[in-house]
Structures are given as structure tokens and as C-alpha cells.
Design a protein around this ligand. Structure first.
Ligand code: 5AD
Length: 352
């Protein structure tokens, strides 16, 4: 390796100029990071973010419309075999009412997120998409409903969905299989992402930071995959254990490493949309502000009806009252103003 510890900033500069690093360089940068290097990266990341997106923070209204899920991901609180989860499904009218509330408070993107729930057939989802898009033609509609066939993705796109969020979770095949049941594979996941891109969606992918068994090499592979996919959005957040999963006793991912990865993503894909996620806000009360200061430019307040929010528990202590919710847009705005940023209501399409 041609770099020694004193030359870490050079590697950061190289990332800034060439927008990419080799696998070994990613590993080196991630595993030898220091607080000083992190500060330097954050300042570079903010520069990039200001160049392309100024001090604007985009908001997305998140509607968690079903917590039924056919999958059994080992980390996830709404996994099929968690019999303690209280399951719910919002009706079409419920969802439309969330959109109405959101629209009235200025949201121009709705994110329909749910577990992989067989109840929501293509027909039901397409009908809902058409209704939302005809009522709110000036809004973007984002889907986050997991793995489906290419035909299904196409049908939902034709019904009017604009964007799709599907985290790849981890690129590495072996690591993927340690986090998921044998029915799910890294290859199938990645194929979905390529299909979504081909169809014409604005695509978001991402991964958990500090998930069980994760190494710097895995993170390096995630960066290389994201560079190749070149998505419009990247959502990352710390892994947080959930008491009713096989990973109940695992340590959570670190705030510090999550912020570091956010800054690396901003430097690798300067125009990408990068949310400061709920998980980041959950592990630290100032997590989302720190995320913005590390290069993030999106926040996703919850628009789901208050009484079901506690049931969409992907991990323990997930924020579900107060400032992550749409009612508290004012306080979210204040938080952002306090660090020199402002929430804006534009659709906020990706420049990437
Ligand atoms: N900790 C952090 N993030 C989680 N997700 C699911 N379970 C957890 C957890 N325990 C993330 C996954 C998924 C997204 C909707 O939530 O990355 O893609």
C-alpha cells in the first residue's frame, strides 16, 4: 500500500478528484479512519453538497402502509417469524388521507413503504398509485415494497410511480446470506435494482452500517457496487438490534462510522440524494443534524397515522413520536435552521 497514516488526507483528496477508489483504498481509508480525517472528509462533503444542492434539505413524507412481510430477514423487527409484532395494513382511504395531510403541510414526495405483503397485488398497488398521482400530479411517488418481478415493477412504473427504494443491504454474497434466510440472495436483490433502473425509475439503494459480521471489506464492496449502479439516492443507517430477532444481542452500528460513510458517499456521488435516516436519529438525539453536516440532504418524516407508527418497529426504540413525524415539521425546520440549513418543499428530484 503506497499510503501511510500521515497520507490519509491524500486519499480523501484522491476520492474528491477521481470520484472513486480501488477496493484496497476503500478498505484502507475505512479501517484507518481517525476523528481528524473524518472532520476533513465532512468539510469536503459539505463543499460538494453546497455546490450542487446549496443549503436546502428535501423532505419526503413516509407512509408505512403495511407491516406484514413474507420474509424473515434476521435483523428486522417485522420479520415473518416475529409473532409478537402487531400486524396492520392501511386501507386505500387511510393512505389517501395520509397524502392529504402531507400535501397540506407542504410535502411533494410520498414514499409508500411496506413489508413484502402478498395482499398488495400489482392491481391494488397500481390502483393506489393512479389515485394518488391523479390527486397530486405535482408530487413524486416513491415505492419501497421490496423484491418483485420485472413485469410488476414495469406495471407500477406505468401506473405512475416515479422512484423506488430498495437497499441492497450488503453486496457481498456470503455476508448477505448471514443476514437473510436462504430464500433471499444478494444476486436476486441486485438484479431487482438493475431492472428498476432499466425501467426508468429514479432508484435508491443502500446498506446498514455495523450490521452483524460486517467488515471494512464488505463496506468497500458496497461502495464499488454503488458506484457501478450509480443510483439517484442512497439510504444508509446504523444497524440497531431488535429484541425479537436472532440478532437481539448484537451491538448496534456506530454513529461515527455511519457519518463517515455518508461523507464518502457524498464525495463519490456528489449529486446523489442522501437521507439522514430515522435510524441515525434513533442512535443519537442529534444524529440527523450530524448526518446533514456530513453531507446528507434529505429527511423523511413519518406521515403514517400515529396509532400504527409504534407497530412499524424495524428495530428497538425506532423514533415514532415527536420530531420525526410530519406534525412536527416546524421543529424539524428549527433543527435544520440551527445548523444553517433550510427545509424546502420542492419535489427534489435527483441531480444524479
Ligand atoms: N436496524 C437498522 N436498519 C434496519 N432495517 C431493517 N431492520 C433494521 C435494523 N434492525 C433497514 C433495512 C431496510 C430498511 C427499510 O430498514 O436496511 O432496507
Amino acid at each position: 500500500m503506497e499510503y501511510n497514516r500521515h497520507e490519509l488526507p491524500k486519499l480523501a483528496d484522491k476520492l474528491k478528484t477521481s470520484r472513486n477508489l480501488s477496493k484496497d483504498e476503500w478498505i484502507y481509508l475505512i479501517s484507518n479512519r481517525t476523528p481528524e480525517l473524518a472532520e476533513y472528509l465532512f468539510s469536503l462533503a459539505r463543499e460538494e453538497r453546497h455546490r450542487h444542492y446549496g443549503h436546502d434539505v428535501y423532505i419526503r413524507g413516509l407512509i408505512e402502509f403495511t407491516n406484514y412481510c413474507r420474509n424473515d430477514c434476521l435483523y428486522c423487527g417485522i420479520r415473518k417469524s416475529n409473532s409478537h409484532a402487531v400486524r396492520y395494513r392501511l386501507t386505500e382511504e387511510d393512505i389517501l388521507s395520509c397524502c392529504r395531510t402531507g400535501y397540506e403541510s407542504g410535502f411533494h414526495t410520498f414514499v409508500l413503504q411496506g413489508g413484502e405483503d402478498g395482499y398488495y397485488t400489482d392491481e391494488k398497488l397500481a390502483r393506489m398509485i393512479r389515485r394518488i398521482k391523479s390527486l397530486y400530479p405535482d408530487c413524486a411517488l416513491t415505492l419501497s415494497v421490496g423484491e418483485r418481478s420485472c413485469d410488476s415493477y414495469r406495471l407500477l412504473f406505468e401506473a405512475g410511480a416515479d422512484r423506488y427504494l430498495l437497499r441492497h443491504e450488503t453486496y457481498n454474497t456470503r455476508h448477505y446470506s448471514m443476514l437473510h434466510p436462504p430464500t433471499l440472495t444478494a444476486a436476486a436483490r441486485q438484479e431487482c435494482l438493475w431492472n428498476l433502473k432499466k425501467i426508468g425509475y429514479q432508484v435508491g439503494t443502500g446498506f446498514m452500517v455495523g450490521s452483524p459480521y460486517q467488515t471494512a471489506e464488505h463496506l468497500a464492496e458496497d461502495m464499488l457496487f454503488i458506484k457501478e449502479l450509480n443510483p439517484q439516492m442512497v439510504g444508509i443507517g446504523p444497524f440497531i438490534s431488535h429484541c425479537r430477532t436472532p440478532f437481539a444481542d448484537r451491538e448496534s452500528g456506530a454513529l461515527e462510522l455511519t457519518l463517515f460513510m455518508l461523507a464518502l458517499l457524498r464525495l463519490m456521488l456528489p449529486r446523489v440524494l442522501l437521507p439522514a435516516t430515522t435510524a441515525l436519529g434513533t442512535i443519537d438525539p442529534r444524529g440527523r443534524e450530524l448526518g446533514i453536516l456530513a453531507g446528507a440532504n434529505v429527511v423523511m418524516p413519518n406521515l403514517s397515522p400515529a396509532d400504527v407508527r409504534k407497530d412499524y418497529m424495524l428495530y428497538d426504540n425506532k423514533l415514532c413520536t415527536g420530531e420525526e413525524s410530519a406534525e412536527c415539521r416546524r421543529s424539524l425546520e428549527k433543527r435544520m435552521e440551527s445548523i444553517g440549513y433550510h427545509v424546502i418543499t420542492a419535489r427534489g428530484d435527483s441531480l444524479n
